[in-house]
Design a protein around this ligand. Sequence first.
Ligand code: ADP
Length: 610
Amino acid sequence: MAKGNISVNSENIFPIIKKWLYSDKDIFLRELVSNGCDAITKLKKLSNIGEAKIGEDEKLRVDVIVDKEAKTITISDNGIGMTEEEIDKYITQIAFSGASDFLEKYKEENEKDGGIIGHFGLGFYSAFMPSTSVLIDSLSYKDGAKPAKWFCDGSMEYEMSEGERKERGTTITLFIAEDSKEFLEEFTLRQILNKYCSFLPVEVYLAVANNEENKENEEEQKPINDINPLWAKSPRDCTDEEYKEFYTKVFMDFNEPLFWIHLNVDFPFNLKGILYFPKLNHEFATNEGQIKLYNNQVFVADNVKEVIPEFLMLLKGTIDCPDLPLNVSRSFLQNDGYVKKISAHITKKVADKLCELFKKEREKFNTYWEDINMFIKYGCIRDEKFYDKVKDIMLYKDVDGNYITLTDYIGDKEDKTIYYVSNEAQQAQYVKMLKEQGINSVLLPAMIDSHFISFIESKENGVKFMRVDAKISDELTNGEEISEEKSNSIIEKFKKNLNDDALKISVKAFRDANIPAIMTLSEESRRMQEIYKSYGQQFAGMSGMFNDDYTLVLNTENGLIKKIDTMDEDMQKLVCEHIYDLAMLCNKPLGAESMTKFVERNNTILQKLI
Ligand code: ADP
């Protein structure tokens, strides 16, 4: 038996492994199971080039067996195995990476078939995270190799001896520590395996030791994973049904996705994956996206925002980047040019797909718009390159339910004002007035829309969004000039009767004589307020700095306004107050006090009818 010291740079590597390196303790299982898979993948490669033999009926697989009584978890594979020298080199001398050696030796083969090299790093040593000690028992595929055993109790010392193993492969036994007993539960292990190993390329089985049921069911035992995930197939060979089924299975979402993008890139980097556009039920459902990142079918993490552009997190999908290291720090990813390229590529693909849908299946694209607009708008604001790619396919739903582009709306008009509605019911009066003059309005009701329109204004020269109640546009008036004297006299009357000297009032001649007045609210000050409101508490005090910038616009064509001079004092007050409230009501709900007065006044008016 040989004894030795584990040669790592730091004397105290284990405490680091246990506490610092991995925040998720459960990844030890991912590391060891994927090592087993790698060993099998390597064996297959060697067998392909005639350097190793695989028995005809031999099933290549990884077995995870939990033994609650013995307090062990074993991870066994029938892959290439390791000789004593290899254990010494690859496990004991951490500095050497077996993978990099393998890469050197079989580089050519490797390049032809796509990578088989797994991740680099301290993978194996994560075995010590839940364990007091770890045993390796291995037999190499090499002719005449002797079985080798390696044992380490978590100190810096290990023992190496000849093993008894008869079959090719490796078994790692973890002696589970008292503080990690939860890993001895089958349920816990199954959960971890489902999380990380669902799509590993080699069949993985989980079993409980000494369990009679296991033995009986051996025939029917099913692997925990799907070794051929849909993303790894060529898009040409996938059916719609398969895409939908995969979506339901992976995301446990029983609503059908709207559509999907199958990413399949070989050059200049390797990237495969499927991105789904989910159907949304409400605005806030958009936050529930989930993008799972894989490395050679090994799950790495959800929503890694360095690799996947943040706005795409609103989607659901799986992305497999075999070239990304498994255990890397966030700061590394942030500064890595390669990662940035991946991210940019994904963005481009998404934009391309959207443009293709717009061009080839416009009707469908229209029906998707409600569900995808939030995501696209968010993407535009976040990433100008994305905006440049999709700006011509951005749709606006108008008040008649048509989906139109900005170009459709503006046409060849010089005035690039776009009228919009944020609350259809509340702003119905304004919409009606505009419509009667042949002016269309679009619906922009969501929270993101207020940011989005500011963004568009900053990008598109001359484009101006105007909420329907922001001003009385020239088209709504009949163009008649009203003398200052006349207008001052009406304004004075209203100020006096409303008992509000500060109220902004203007006088115009509307085309429509039926409406006595309209309340307008300046676009700029309203937007300013919305911004402060959307920042919440932080600026709560400041929103008060911007008073509602309302203007009461009186219509000189209306009979009531025309006759205001002829009314007695009481009637005049009643009419002024009522006109004010009606105008306000078309803009926002009345407050408690105003509402009470409004109802009282209505009753008074009804009384006068009898
Ligand atoms: P990595 O897998 O990133 O190279 P590990 O620490 O997980 O790092 O493993 C180091 C090396 O030990 C591997 O590259 C491989 O050569 C060898 N190894 C680990 N586990 C096995 C196994 N189950 N079968 C064969 N070789 C293994």
